[in-house]
Design a protein around this ligand. Structure first.
Ligand SMILES: Nc1ncnc2c1ncn2[C@@H]1O[C@H](COP(=O)(O)OP(=O)(O)OP(=O)(O)O)[C@@H](O)[C@H]1O
Ligand SMILES: [Mg+2]
Length: 691
């Protein structure tokens, strides 16, 4: 075993000592996910323990043990299942929104913005998560500090780039991992949760990272909770505490150095040739014997502590109870005043009568081969769920876990203002646009291509009724179609590409969705305007519509409205389904009725389908475009007769009897309404974890 190394001292004071260390206690946590056929799959059962303040706890266990699930639950970031139990932060029931603001999570997979540089990624996180009152210079200083600590100085100005199935076009996989960790560390989080932070790092980088985390816990008073697989002995030396899980049950929660003794006392001595990490993981593999036994043993240790505490309280006459210990049946009955009751504790409702039967087998020492599951269940049902809530919370801890003496800290919500978030996100959106000129060029090229195609097909329209009238109708229909299909598809695809980062950042409490929505809408507007100008400017003069500034302006305005509504439709469809293919299919399904009921392809609209036409923004846009072109158009018949105004040639199913201004106003109303629906829809998706 190598000698313990001194954690590196940070060379700047930017990572200030956290004035409010936080201790996280969790009682009787159970998490079930719905499963077709039966009552659901239990991922965690009756998990009770503590993540002590100013310490680093390693959550270990075999794959599928529930480590990440526990981490998500403690970080108030779990979804998709039913959670029972209680989490206390410094003795107060956790307030998820506040706690999210005061903690940081580093997930197992890296979700990073490809178009940002390493420093920008950390800086955005610092700007959005650190208090607005802190100066930008101090935030930069903190970012530089983290870059140094994580050895990212060399690549700080490199673009992060994509990592598509291992084909990296930017920084390396290990560097991406460190950037993710840095994003979590850069905030002034009191608790930092990391899901397998060392995965993908070489042994030196892994050790260095763990060393930094240990330093943050000990010297900067952060509570560090991390999951880890098979750590090296050097890394293990840095751990203060261990939480050992197997099959969703707690096997041990206590100081790391005591783990060997604990398991040895339970009859599972560590052979000399195995490290502690190897030994405990070997124990977890024995699901027939060691796992149920250790789970029972852990539950019993909770019972013993509770009994000791109740005993001493009873002997002091505090509870006025008679209580026998040591394997005999004890009956405890009193009125309690439980506050913040858990699901599991529901039968023991507030102010209700609490009756606890401690059955003989529950308190008897479990022998190897006995039924520890029963003990665990009894412990959970009788002890943790109810009785323990009425006594000081440190009764839950194994005796040797240091308990914090932190007072209940009033947690205030530290968040940046909405407009500040909009500002930071707008800068990031704009940077993404100009950092990826190819994306811009491809979209602009697409519009130019369609304009040229329509222009070449309908080049210099005929001035006769025979060919000119139909070709005008047809070319305008294609123009309208381009303003529907392309923006819709592009917006839907872009939204899907932004969703993972949005999901991650929203769940980490970086900003509100409204800020993202406003910033996205504002920053995409100039580019959409540019695309509309390129397209309408090219097609209008190539096809040869009426030469009039007013008419061109109306042509542009109607097309721009079509484009913006279609963009909104794309965003809406991206919010309706989590799967991109499904989203695109939904969008395509909208296109058919939208384009069908413009009046160009059908000569009449059946009464029972008239509502589609009424709702179709494309019908209003197309009707407006046709009226704009035909009104005042001078055209001649086959016989050479001159018609000064071609309005009468507008197909009856296209003429909706409204003025062009009214068409434009209705479309504006539809645009505002659809933007609102898209916003609400995405907000609900976030709220119900369906983003
Ligand atoms: N939402 C869910 N729906 C269905 N099963 C789930 C869900 N979340 C977790 N599980 C299952 O619960 C178990 C624990 O998952 P979890 O990700 O917490 O394991 P883990 O200990 O982190 O594993 P690993 O070390 O492989 O990351 C796994 O068997 C997993 O398949
Ligand atoms: Mg995991």
């Amino acid at each position: 075993m190598s000698p313990p190394r001194t954690p590196r001292e940070p060379n700047t004071p930017s990572l200030a000592v956290n004035r409010y260390p936080c201790e996280i206690r969790f009682q009787n946590l159970a998490f079930h996910v719905p499963k077709s056929g039966d009552g659901g799959l239990a991922i965690l059962s009756d998990v009770t323990g503590v993540c002590a303040a100013k310490r680093m706890v390693a959550v270990m266990g075999p794959s599928g043990a529930g480590k990440s699930t526990l981490l998500k639950i403690l970080a108030c970031n779990v979804s998709g299942g039913e959670l029972q139990g209680q989490i206390m932060v410094n003795g107060t029931a956790v307030h998820p929104k506040v706690f999210k603001n005061q903690s940081a999570v580093v997930w197992q997979s890296d979700v990073l913005l490809a178009s940002a540089t390493v420093k920008e990624a950390l800086m955005t996180s610092a700007l959005l998560k650190l208090p607005q009152s802190m100066s930008r210079a101090r935030k930069e200083e903190r970012v530089e500090q983290i870059l140094t600590e994580l050895e990212l100085q060399g690549v700080k100005n490199h673009m992060i780039g994509e990592d598509v199935d291992g084909a990296v076009s930017g920084i390396s996989g290990g560097e991406r991992r460190r950037v993710s960790v840095g994003i979590g560390l850069v905030t002034d989080a009191r608790a930092i949760f990391l899901d397998e932070p060392t995965t993908g790092l070489d042994s030196d980088s892994a050790e260095q990272l763990i060393s930094l985390l240990s330093h943050l816990a000990t010297h900067k008073h952060r509570t560090i909770v991390l999951t880890i697989h098979q750590p090296s002995s050097d890394i293990c030396e840095r751990f203060d505490d261990l939480i050992l899980l197997s099959s969703g049950r707690m096997l041990y929660c206590g100081p790391w150095p005591e783990a060997d003794n604990y398991f040895a006392t339970a009859g599972f001595e560590r052979p000399g040739y195995r490290s502690t990490a190897e030994h405990i993981l070997t124990l977890c593999k024995d699901k027939e014997y060691a796992v149920p036994f250790l789970a029972g043993q852990y539950a019993k240790s909770l019972i013993d502590q509770q009994l000791t505490r109740l005993d001493s309280q009873a002997s002091m006459g505090a509870l006025g109870l008679g209580l026998k210990r040591g394997g005999s049946v004890g009956r405890l009955s009193r009125h309690n005043s439980i506050t913040g009751g858990t699901e599991a504790g529901k039968p023991l409702a507030r102010g209700g009568s609490l009756v606890i039967d401690l059955e003989a087998q529950a308190v008897a020492s479990p022998q190897p081969g006995s039924a520890p599951a029963t003990i665990s269940a009894l412990a959970a049902r009788h002890m943790v769920a109810g009785a323990l809530q009425s006594v000081p919370s440190n009764a839950l801890l194994p005796d040797d876990i240091p308990s914090t003496s932190q007072p209940h800290v009033a947690l205030e919500e530290v968040a940046t203002s909405q407009w500040y978030q909009v500002h930071v996100l707008s800068v990031r959106f704009l940077r993404s646009w100009y950092r990826c000129p190819t994306n811009l060029a491809i979209q602009a090229g697409q519009y130019i291509f369609f304009a040229l195609l329509i222009g070449a097909t309908y080049w210099r329209l005929s001035g006769t009724v025979t060919g000119g009238a139909f070709d005008r109708h047809a070319s305008l229909w294609f123009v309208a179609s381009c303003m529907v299909l392309q923006p819709g598809n592009n917006a839907c695809t872009i939204m899907y590409s932004q969703k993972p980062l949005l999901r991650r950042e929203i769940s980490n409490g970086l900003y509100h969705y409204s800020s993202f929505f406003i910033a996205k809408s504002l920053t995409s507007l100039p580019f959409q305007l540019m695309f509309a100008c390129i397209f309408t400017g090219s097609v209008y003069f190539l096809v040869g519509y009426q030469i009039s500034l007013v008419k061109f302006f109306l042509f542009f305005a109607l097309n721009f409205e079509l484009l913006l509504i279609s963009e909104t439709l794309g965003i809406l469809c991206a919010g309706l389904a989590r799967n991109e293919l499904v989203g695109m299919i939904i969008l395509a399904t909208f296109y058919v009725p939208l384009l069908m009921f413009t009046g160009f392809i059908q000569t009449h609209t059946p009464v029972y389908l008239a509502w589609i036409k009424k709702l179709s923004y494309v019908a209003y846009g197309y009707s407006g475009l046709v009226k704009n072109e035909f009104e005042g158009l001078s055209i001649s018949t086959a016989q050479g007769m001159h018609v000064p105004d071609a309005t009468a040639l507008i197909a009856p199913n296209i003429e909706n009897g409204l003025s062009i201004g009214t068409d434009a106003l209705i479309m504006l109303g539809i645009l505002v309404g659809m933007r609102f629906v898209a916003y609400i829809q995405m907000t609900l998706a976030i709220k119900f974890h369906k983003l």
